[in-house]
Design a protein around this ligand. Structure first.
Ligand code: NAD
Ligand code: DAU
Length: 358
């Protein structure tokens, strides 16, 4: 069988690095190239265990750099792209949306163009694939009684981040319909697990408990997210790459719709159980309601019937089992996250949370 030659964009980020580890464990003969700009969210240390593997290569670069893309695609004879690279944090998109347009919209367009040219120059081989990893946020916000998002729910993005992801989804869709490029789109719910950058709710809560700092809960804490363990997400993406039908989109969810305040209380209870000598105990005493996020979507929920029926995938972790794995990882990898609390991160944290209490 021909060796698969896979380019993973954003492979030094949270989901991308989990995907790369899982993929190389399951398909060690793949030639796997990571392209990552190493923004504040990218961390080469996430891939340290693979640096000695001769099938693995790391390239620092921007997905908006067309000449670099052309060179890489040709030199490495790339036949498959898993596209994770993005600006991913909603709060940062509210503070400054420009980078989101640069990477999520223009960057995705540049990558699609480079891949299309490479595919056409090879006479459109059938094994080529472009997998675009997107989000449930493109569908907007659900009311309490609404059914969860399906693949045909109309797009209604509400934040600059969600709008930039929606724009990129539309471009990917158009490249299938117009040029026949074999693209696949996945829209998944909130991931959590190892290597999650400290700015996001679950790692932020866990780290603040370990540091004895307040646990900021936006608004009334009643917003709902559908939590998906990152390892489950990666197994779904592998299946989509292997068996998904080009031109299709697949929703991927965790079957775990939970209110933020209940999630934070779950984390506090687990940390009380797992963490030795916490600075503040019980950890729940640190919960602090703060001013809401502007335009904060009330509820996300995924209907995962299509991927279950067509590809036979469903999540294997419950929130209780996945959270335990995650919190144990943060307890055992203190060096990893302490290193990320840089002066730059502290400045962001200060700007975001200073004087925000209700
Ligand atoms: P992340 O922020 O942890 O990682 C993003 C990675 O992309 C980083 O390594 C960063 O350095 C890299 N990057 C950013 N701009 C780049 C550029 N111009 N060129 C090359 N590399 C660049 O993000 P994540 O949470 O791992 O999300 C990965 C993908 O999954 C994103 O497309 C995101 O929209 C999507 N997604 C994430 C979630 C989630 O819960 N985290 C849920 C749904 C969808
Ligand atoms: O739904 C998928 C999306 O999930 C992805 O597309 C995004 O890339 C990813 O960042 C995530 O977006 P959210 O905005 O849902 O994740 P975040 O961890 O920032 O927030 C989760 C919920 O917790 C949300 O309702 C806001 C709230 N929150 C967040 C932070 C950081 C708080 O209450 N306090 C906080 O300090």
């Amino acid at each position: 069988m021909r060796q698969k030659r896979l380019l993973v964009t954003g492979g030094a980020g949270f989901i991308g690095s989990n995907f790369v580890h899982n993929w190389m464990k399951n398909y060690p003969d793949t030639r796997l190239v990571v392209l990552d700009a190493l923004t504040y969210a990218g961390n080469r240390a996430n891939l340290a265990k693979l640096e000695e593997d001769e099938n693995f290569r790391f390239v620092k670069g921007d997905i908006g750099d067309r000449s670099l893309l052309d060179q890489l695609l040709e030199e490495e004879k790339i036949d498959t792209i898993a596209h994770f690279a993005a600006e991913s944090h909603v709060d940062r998109s509210i503070l400054g949306p420009e980078a989101f347009i640069h990477t999520n919209v223009v960057g995705t367009f540049t990558l699609l163009e480079a891949f299309r040219q490479s595919w056409e120059s090879q006479k459109k081989p059938e094994n080529y694939r472009f997998l675009h990893i997107s989000t449930d946020e493109v569908f907007g916000s659900l009311a309490p009684e609404d059914p969860p998002f399906t693949e045909t729910t109309p797009y209604a993005p509400n934040s600059p981040y969600a709008a930039s992801k929606a724009g990129s989804d539309h471009l990917v869709r158009a490249y299938y319909h117009t040029y026949g490029l074999p693209t696949l789109i996945t829209n998944c719910s909130n991931n959590y697990g190892p290597y999650h950058f400290p700015e996001k709710l679950i790692p932020l809560t866990c780290i603040n408990i370990l540091l004895g700092k307040p646990l900021p809960v936006y608004g009334d804490g009643q917003n709902i997210r559908d939590w998906l363990y990152v390892g489950d997400h990666c197994s779904a993406l592998e299946l989509v790459l292997e068996k998904g039908e080009p031109g299709q989109t697949y929703n991927i969810g965790g079957n775990n719709e939970v209110k933020n305040i209940d999630l934070v209380k779950m984390i506090c209870a687990l940390m009380d159980e797992l963490g030795a000598n916490l600075p503040v105990s019980p950890a729940g005493d640190l919960i602090t309601f703060v001013k809401d996020r502007p335009g904060h979507d009330r509820r996300y929920g995924i209907n995962g019937s299509k991927i279950k029926q067509e590809l036979g995938w469903k999540p294997s972790e419950t929130l209780a089992t996945g959270l335990r794995l995650t919190l144990e990882w943060y307890l055992n990898n203190r060096d990893w996250w302490e290193h990320l609390l840089s002066p730059e991160y502290q400045a962001y944290y200060h700007k975001m949370y200073q004087n925000r209490e209700l």
